[in-house]
Design a protein around this ligand. Structure first.
Ligand SMILES: NC(=O)c1ccc[n+]([C@@H]2O[C@H](COP(=O)([O-])OP(=O)(O)OC[C@H]3O[C@@H](n4cnc5c(N)ncnc54)[C@H](O)[C@@H]3O)[C@@H](O)[C@H]2O)c1
Length: 244
């Protein structure tokens, strides 16, 4: 029977590439998304080209009831969730001096509380199955910090602590919990940066370029595979050597 991967925020960017990569591997896919837009139908169509099923699970991950509902829908559809990828995330960058309380809370609510909300609703099914993989998308910023991103860095550092703690809680149930920490990846999230800023960033990266969404998806595919069955509680940087 095909394995099932649930990926949050997966109608564009890194999440979409993760979903496509799992589809290529033969997984049935559940895509969480927050609002109707053209990407929803396009993404579903692109996934189904790989002759796998694609279920679209609508819900705001910062809302616990939404997560309860869409995780149930995925279980009704497939009967199992083998891999959860906590990918959805937002930024509201500005210096702390200018940051509004709402900007801090919004980022924590989506990135960190959202990771809790989805994982909390998925984990009982993995415990019952005595098997599962949870991979959360953190960031190098959660390790090194970054001016203008106190909210985002705190949320990503939180995901790292969450990952390590949960890994210890569920290891005996054969559930492996890891995080990835991407550096600068080319997506709509980083497209907002000015060209000269992007060039400066590329110069500061030992491998001399920004990462691609496939660079991230490849590591997540590995963390979901049998090849990584002795790895849990880890954070793997995908950053071209930015952080060593
Ligand atoms: N792009 C980078 O350089 C980079 C670097 C490090 C980490 N990351 C992380 O990778 C992940 C994906 O980033 P991306 O660059 O593809 O960004 P993106 O903005 O292209 O995609 C984020 C996705 O999350 C969804 N989303 C946002 N809020 C949501 C909510 N409340 N509920 C459900 N879905 C929601 C969005 O609709 C979107 O589809 C994020 O967690 C981000 O923090 C990105």
């Amino acid at each position: 029977m095909s394995k099932v991967a649930l990926i949050t925020g997966a109608t564009r960017g890194i999440g979409k590439q993760i979903a496509l990569t799992f589809a290529k591997e033969g997984y049935n896919i559940a895509i969480n998304y927050i609002s109707e837009n053209e990407d929803v139908e396009n993404t579903k169509r692109e996934i189904e080209k790989y002759k796998v099923k694609c279920f679209m699970a609508k819900g705001d991950i910062s809302n616990f009831e939404d997560c309860e509902k869409f995780v149930k829908e995925v279980i009704e559809e497939y009967g199992q969730i083998d891999v959860l990828v906590n990918n959805a995330g937002i930024t509201r960058d500005t210096l702390l001096m200018r940051m509004k309380k709402e900007d801090f809370e919004a980022v924590i609510d989506v990135n960190l509380v959202g990771t809790f909300n989805v994982t909390k609703n998925v984990i009982p099914y993995m415990v019952k199955a005595r098997s599962g993989r949870i991979i959360s998308v953190a960031s190098v910023v959660g390790i090194a910090g970054n001016a203008g991103q106190t909210n985002y860095a705190a949320s990503k550092a939180g995901i790292i602590g969450f990952t390590k703690s949960l890994a210890k809680e569920v290891a005996s149930r054969n559930i492996l919990v890891n995080a990835v920490a991407p550096g600068f990846i080319q997506t709509q999230m980083t497209d907002v940066l000015k060209d000269n800023v992007k060039e400066e960033i590329a110069k500061s990266i030992p491998l001399g370029r920004m990462g691609t969404v496939q660079d991230v998806a490849n590591v997540i595919k590995f963390l979901a595979s049998e090849e990584s069955s002795y790895i849990t509680g880890q954070v793997i940087n995908i950053d071209g050597g930015m952080l060593m």
